[in-house]
Ligand binder design. Structure first.
Ligand code: IMO
Ligand code: MG
Length: 416
């Protein structure tokens, strides 16, 4: 297999980083194609914990790590991550697209100010400036990575952006100082800035293998997610083509990652949300706190209506399930397989937020299980029934399950 893509099937935080960390060993290159430092992957190796926001976690396997043109990159954050990865020689492995957009400090302020203006309608963003950076890209006033290398050009571009965006900003930004600071940051990674699309296409031609690493989840996709409670990029497989710059035929196989239950950070509909003791139990046991913001995640039962939609949208052929161990020790475990909306039962995901908010999940209930049993790490029958139900409903095979936080707790069920 020349390429494989890993995408999220829910609202992000499905455990993509962990799965990528697990399969990266089979690939030469790991490439991210969208999003920015709103993403957060935590990878635990032995007793060490690594928190990633921008750099693909494949770098821990000493793989070439590409930040594609579809990303919005905060150079301050990138510098922090390079520092965190000192032991892994990140400069050797990092390739940054010259076409990727830059998150500037005023994007972060705009992110906060726009949320404030929205009041109770706020999205609950990560505050990392993602929306405003993508807005500037499409408004044709964005700063690209390549611009960081030319101080005068950078200053001119910052001036234009501030002229247009200034009315929504409270702070004063000095284009000269900003250009100096960001030019300096850019020079730090000058050697890593390349035409990543050309690099990837040439690598594929020469027989190298590539893993495309998605950030966020399908239901945060700006086109197919629960708009407006979404992020500002295409998180589904569709984002790979524009975010990497490769041929459609290079995106063949897609693994969808899902948690054994559902979590969501930020606002927006969540039909299976559990605002009770069971939800709190999963929150605590699963340590469901955002990697980027530290916010407690909203927690609920698995929602297969959402998962199936994501699988069909992107053409997912394999599922990886994470955190199934967290559900052990419960009296019962539920899975939503349809919604009741205005008295009608449907398996289709409604497009209107108002309908999603009204949707009552229709559940199938499973008996709880213990794991591990008597210290033995065999999959208990009840857990197997749960997994079988997911496979049958989604018409997609489960090839990886993760039974714990550590690298060695990930199990390959079937050859991918
Ligand atoms: P990973 O890659 C979970 C959510 C935010 C908010 C919405 C928009 O770890 O799966 P943004 O800052 O992107 O404008 O916020 O999207 N969000 C995520 N939720 N995991 C993520 O990334 C997320 N990235 C953004 O909470 O609801
Ligand atoms: Mg995350």
């Amino acid at each position: 297999m020349k390429t494989l893509a890993v995408i999220g099937l829910q609202f992000g935080d499905e455990g993509k980083g962990k799965i990528v960390d697990y399969i990266a060993r089979y690939f030469d290159i790991v490439a991210r194609y969208q999003g920015g430092a709103n993403a957060g992957h935590t990878v635990k190796i032995g007793d060490s914990i690594y928190k990633f926001h921008l750099i693909p976690s494949g770098i821990l396997n000493h793989k070439i790590s590409v930040l594609g043109n579809g990303m919005v990159i905060d150079p301050l954050e990138l510098q922090d991550e390079i520092n965190m990865l000192k032991g892994f020689n990140p400069k050797k492995y990092l390739k940054i697209s010259e076409r990727a957009h830059v998150v500037m400090p005023y994007h972060k302020e705009l992110d906060r100010n726009i949320e404030e203006l929205k009041g109770s309608e706020k999205v609950g963003t990560t505050g990392m400036g993602i929306g405003p950076a993508y807005e500037d890209k499409y408004a044709r006033i964005g700063i690209r990575i390549i611009d960081l290398l030319d101080k005068d050009l950078l200053k001119k571009k910052i001036e234009i952006a501030l002229r247009i965006r200034g009315r929504y900003l409270n702070s004063q930004y000095d284009p000269v100082k900003l250009a100096e600071e960001y030019h300096k940051l850019g020079l730090n990674f000058k050697k890593n800035i390349i035409d990543t699309s050309d690099y990837i296409n040439r690598s594929l031609k020469s027989g190298k293998t590539i893993l495309f690493e998605g950030a966020q989840g399908t239901h945060l996709d700006v086109d197919f997610g629960m708009y407006p409670y979404v992020t500002s990029s295409n998180t589904s497989a569709a984002g790979i083509l524009t975010g990497i710059g490769t041929k459609p035929c290079h995106v063949r196989k897609i693994i969808g990652v899902m948690k054994a239950y559902t979590t969501r950070v930020g606002e927006g509909p969540f039909p299976t949300e559990l605002r009770n003791d069971i939800g709190n139990k999963i929150l605590t046991k699963g340590n469901e706190y955002g990697t980027t913001t530290g916010r407690p995640r909203r927690v609920g039962w698995l929602d297969l209506v959402l998962v199936k939609y994501a699988i069909d949208l992107s053409g997912v052929s394999e599922i990886a399930i994470s955190k199934i161990d967290i559900l052990s020790g419960m009296d019962e475990v539920k899975v939503a397989h349809a919604y009741k909306i205005n008295g009608k039962t449907t398996k289709n995901l409604p497009v209107k937020i108002e309908d999603l908010q009204k949707a009552e999940p229709v559940y199938k209930t499973f008996k709880g299980w213990e794991y591990p049993t008597n210290g033995k790490k065999n999959i208990p029958d009840e857990m197997m029934k749960y997994l079988n139900f997911i496979e049958k409903y989604t018409e997609t095979r489960i090839s990886i399950i993760s039974l714990g936080a550590k690298r060695e707790d990930t199990v390959l069920l079937k050859r991918i």
